[in-house]
Design a protein around this ligand. Structure first.
Ligand SMILES: Nc1ncnc2c1ncn2[C@@H]1O[C@H](COP(=O)(O)OP(=O)(O)OP(=O)(O)O)[C@@H](O)[C@H]1O
Ligand SMILES: [Mg+2]
Length: 372
């Protein structure tokens, strides 16, 4: 019951009850007097009404005290009990215990609303707190990974520089080898720092996308030309098939989309299975109702089923990649995922160990309603 209603009921009881009780008392005394008059008991006439009046007054006072006590208890139960509970709840939250729950089903009226608001606040605070703990953990992990990935080339550079200073590189060939290695390691660091900068900019939504309407077939024709030359030089066969209508357009940032394709292709090249007779990469454009699906498939070494759900996570590298000499920091696919999602699309991978990997990403078509 609402607090207001409780107060009105209490007020009415306190104001009206004495009047009702006294009217009742007068009716009783009046009736007794009439009865005595009729029976002609004169001596009793003087005695009984006075006593009756006294007894009735005592009864009325007792009834009123009892009713006042019950009403006070009723109000206290409706107000002080929930306030007390809320005060305990607030204290628990202030101490960082976000599990202390107030049950709105135990109260009614205004207090129910208050409890519900408190519950909402508690849940929001809990989510925020969990979110910041998760972020803190991610940041810690990020710093550990960055330190580790930067330390590896720095240690190598230091080692080779010390070699030169100590005169270990005593022939022009050795010197050339050392300097080349230092150069390559410095390049690795440069690439890693660039990727990290890009990732943090993408993560904080600080990449200003330049979205354009692009014809997907024209765009991929140009891409395939560039990629084809590079793959050919590496002895990888590129097969391209396009199943989308020639006039299909999408809204995309051409530069960032190129980054997506390059990252996926560079993984396919990096994780090719050297044992296989022929290395191939297939690129397919498929037509879906209101979207275009791009599939990039390789016949490389594949990804173990247990790793597949994690490959788009920042800094994830499968054990075999970590243990191989192939460089990388596990950022590539997390950038790819972020860019595709910023385009309103989605990406997933299918893979079979030993057979190959296929990356599927879907981009929405641009529907030209105005028929310009
Ligand atoms: N085509 C592929 N074939 C086999 N494994 C792959 C393929 N693509 C990705 N992976 C696996 O997924 C992991 C994550 O890929 P991702 O591109 O994010 O990182 P990376 O290639 O290791 O490093 P980076 O791209 O930052 O240089 C890789 O380490 C590899 O284990
Ligand atoms: Mg990669």
């Amino acid at each position: 019951m609402k607090l207001k209603t409780r107060l009105y009921v209490t007020f009415l009881c306190i104001a009206a009850l004495p009047i009702v009780l006294f009217i009742l008392a007068f009716i009783i005394v009046g009736t007794v007097m009439i009865k005595l008059e009729q029976t002609g008991a004169d001596s009793l006439m003087e005695l009984v009404p006075g006593r009756l009046m006294f007894s009735l007054s005592i009864c009325i006072i007792i009834i009123m005290v009892l009713i006042a006590m019950s009403l006070t208890r009723w109000i206290a139960k409706g107000v002080f009990y929930p306030i007390n509970e809320m005060s305990i709840g607030m204290k628990q939250i202030a101490e960082g215990n976000f599990e202390y729950r107030l049950a709105p089903e135990n109260v009614d009226g205004d207090m129910k609303e208050l409890y519900e608001n408190f519950e909402e606040m508690r849940q929001r605070l809990k989510e925020n707190c969990e979110g910041s703990i998760e972020n803190e953990e991610k940041n810690r992990e990020l710093i550990t990974n960055i330190s580790h990935d930067l330390k590896t080339p720095i240690t190598a550079i230091k080692g080779y520089v010390e070699g030169i200073m100590d005169g270990v590189a005593d022939t022009p060939e050795k010197m050339d080898k050392y300097i080349r290695t230092i150069y390559n390691k410095a390049n690795d660091m440069d690439r890693l720092i660039n990727e990290l900068t890009l990732y943090s900019r993408i993560d904080n939504n600080r990449i200003p996308y330049t979205f354009l309407r692009i014809n997907i077939s024209d765009y991929f024709n140009d891409c395939i030309e560039d990629i084809g030359v590079e793959l050919e030089s590496k002895g990888i066969e590129l097969n391209y098939s396009n199943f989308v209508p020639a006039d299909t357009r999408i809204i995309a940032d051409p530069e960032q989309l190129k980054r997506v394709i390059n990252n996926i292709i560079s993984n396919s090249v990096k994780y090719m299975d050297k044992e296989k007779e022929k290395s191939t990469i297939d690129i397919r454009l498929l037509d879906e109702a209101d979207a275009v699906k791009v599939e990039i498939e390789d016949n490389g070494r594949g990804i173990p089923a247990k790793d597949l759900p994690n490959i788009f996570d920042r800094f994830f590298r499968s054990d075999s990649s970590r243990n191989s000499s192939k460089g990388g920091s596990g950022i590539g696919l997390s950038i790819v995922k972020k860019i595709i999602e910023d385009h309103g699309g989605y990406i997933y991978a299918t893979s079979k160990e030993g057979e190959g990997t296929c990356m599927h990403f879907v981009l929405r078509k641009y529907e030209d309603n105005a028929n310009e």
